[in-house]
Design a protein. Sequence first.
Length: 405
Amino acid sequence: MAPIIPSAHLADVRYEIRGALTRRARELESAGHDIIKLNIGNPGRYGFEAPAHLREAIASHLHESDAYGHEQGLEAAREAIAAQQRGRGARHVQPERIFIGNGVSELIDLALRALLQPGDEVLLPSPDYPLWSAATILNGGQPRYYRCPASRGHLPDPDELEALVTPRTRALVLINPNNPTGAVYPRELLQRLAEVAARHGLLLLADEIYDEILYDGARFQPLAEIAGELPCLSFGGLSKVHRACGYRVGWMSLSGAPAGTAVYRDALQLLAALRLCANVTAQWAVLPALQDAPTIDALTAPGGRLHEAREAVLRGVAASEHLELVAPAGALYAFPAVRAERIPQFDDESFALRLLEEESVLVVPGSSFNVPRSRHFRLTLLPPPAQLREVFVRIERVLQRMARE
Ligand code: PLP
C-alpha cells in the first residue's frame, strides 16, 4: 500500500519545544539516564501546584459538568474575565465578546482560522512562541517576522516593524510578557505599535498568558487599554499564572469598537460552536482564580521560588565566561546567548544536543523560536534554584569543550 502522505501545510510547521531533542531525552531516560528537563514551561512538573481553592471549585461542581456547555464558555467564568478586562481598561468587553478554550493554544488557532485568507500576512515576533507561526501557516497565512534582538533588550522597533506591512498584512501579534525572552513591553512602545495597527487596519493579537509573572518591579501594561477603540484580542489563561496547565483553560477577550468587529466576532462564535465547547469541568476554576487575590506574587517576590530561580540563572550567567543574558523581566524563561568572541563557530542545535548527550540537560535551541542562526538557548525558571545552579556548571563544561575545539 502507498504510504499515507500528510498535508503539505505541515511542511514548514515546527514545534521543537517537544521535538526531536525531547524524543532523544525520552530514549536516554528509558536507558536509565537522569535528565534535567528545562524545555517546557509546565509548572506542575516541577512541584508547583494549582491553588487549592481552584481544585475545590472544580470538585464541588463536578456534578454540573456532564453536559456540553455554551460554545463560548460558562457564563459566570465569562463574566469574571470580562470584568477583569474592563478593570484593565479594555473597552466594550461583555461576556459575548469572551471565548473560553481548551488552553490559549486552541484559541490562537481559532482566532487565526477565523481571520485569514490564503496568502494573508501576520506580523510575528522573532523569536516567537512557535505555535503562533504554526497556526498562521496551517491557516493559509504567511508569517512576517519583526526582530526583537538582545541588543535592544528583545524589544521590537516600531519603524522596522511598520516597514514589513504590505496590503496583505492582517494582524500584529505581540507576546507580552514574552516567551522565550522574558521581555516586558513598556507602555510607550505599545502605544507606538498600536498606532502602526491603526494606520494599517490590523487586528491586534495580544498573547498575555504571563501577565502576572513579573520580576524586580516590572510592570505589565495590557494592550487592550492602549488599543482603546481599535480591534484587539487579548489572550490569558490558567496555565501559567495559576499553575494549572493540565486543566487546559484559556480565554480571549475581544475589545474595541463593536461595529468594527461584529462580523469577526460571529465568525469566532461559529468556529467555537463547531468544536461544541471547551472542557466544562475545568472552567469552574476560572471564577475563583480571577476573584481571589493573585497567588503568584509570593513566588516572584524576593525569597519566592521563581525569584530565587531567576537569581540562580543570573548568577550562573555572570559567572560564565561564555554567556550573556538580558535579564528576564517576566514569564517563566531565560534566553541566554553564547558570546560570539568566545565561540565563533557556535551552533545552537549542536550545543543543545551535546548538552543533552554529554551532561543530561535538555534545553531548547534559540532557532526553534523562528530566529535564523541563533546564538541563544531557552531554559525554564521552574526547577529548584539548586538544580539550576548545577545546570550552569554543566553548561559551562560543554561550552569550555566547544571553545577548545
Ligand atoms: N502562549 C504562550 C506565549 C505560551 O508560552 C503558551 C504555553 O507555553 C501558550 C500560549 C499556550 O498556553 P495554554 O496552556 O493556555 O494552551
